[in-house]
Design a protein around this ligand. Sequence first.
Ligand code: C2E
Ligand code: MG
Ligand code: MG
Ligand code: MG
Length: 290
Amino acid sequence: LAKKEARGSYRLVSAIDSTEAQDRLVLSSALRESLSKGLLNLHYQPQIEARTGDIYGVEALARWNHPTLGTIFPSRFIAVAEETGQIEAIGRWSLEEACRQITRWEREGVHIPVVSVNLSAGHFHNRSLVPMIAGLLEKYGLAPERLTVEITESVMMEESDETMNALSHIRKLGVGLSMDDFGTGFSSLSRLTRLPLTEIKIDRSFIMNLDHDPNAQAVTTAVIGIGNRLGMTVVTEGVETEAQYDLLERLHCDVLQGYLFARPMSATDLAAWARQPRMLMPAMQRTDRA
Ligand code: C2E
Ligand code: MG
Ligand code: MG
Ligand code: MG
């Protein structure tokens, strides 16, 4: 049995970085099995309100805990899940898990204002998405503002009636809508005004170069300005250094997310993190709270 298992995980290891159709199937069926066995879980990364240093919310990020391979990150399996249609099951699961978790934290006395869940293009072709979200809010007794859906530019780009319809219905429910990885796709600025967005997340590639690349700085400044003018919350991802933090604060970026503050972590670790006072952050020291 051990031998069989070893051979199985060897196949999976080689399948993970492969583009061969056969290997995609191996990966996809392993993923399906893991999902049904409860081997996927969500990690949560805090998002910090720049002005106060308070917790703004968390982003839920999928992790695949393979019994022999250890933690497999989304970059290795989301694309395959999208191709094989499994992303729908993952999306349904992550929406429910996130809703369940935010209510569980609340019961434990940890108030996390918002949880953001990543969804892929495939979900928006499915008519059951909106009723499912509405059903989850009701099941867990959650105010709609407690949930945000993150979608990449490529989903928004489609602008099919189907997608636009789903987006506006999600907004009508009162759930937040965030454009993830903004600046990496080809969306025009006019699209920003046509989509019912509540939030823009500036892609990490701009933040990474913020300290030394005037172009990255110009784009970041412009996007923060436009987002604010359009009444959206502007979030930056991948904040890793104090220098980036200082600059983003000066540019009036609303919300910051990155390793400088915290890495994605388990629900239990997130609760402990949220409980502990965070006195070391420069912004905290500058606030007028006693
Ligand atoms: P994303 O939505 O843009 O998520 C941010 C990614 O950046 C996460 O990677 C996070 O761990 C990483 N990150 C956060 N702060 C920093 C930082 O300071 N420095 C660096 N270098 N990286 C940072 P992760 O968890 O590997 O997720 C990768 C992508 O996979 C996500 O990008 C998202 O598009 C996708 N993804 C994750 N979970 C799900 C899911 O449940 N469903 C779908 N459809 N996609 C998911
Ligand atoms: Mg995201
Ligand atoms: Mg992102
Ligand atoms: Mg990104």
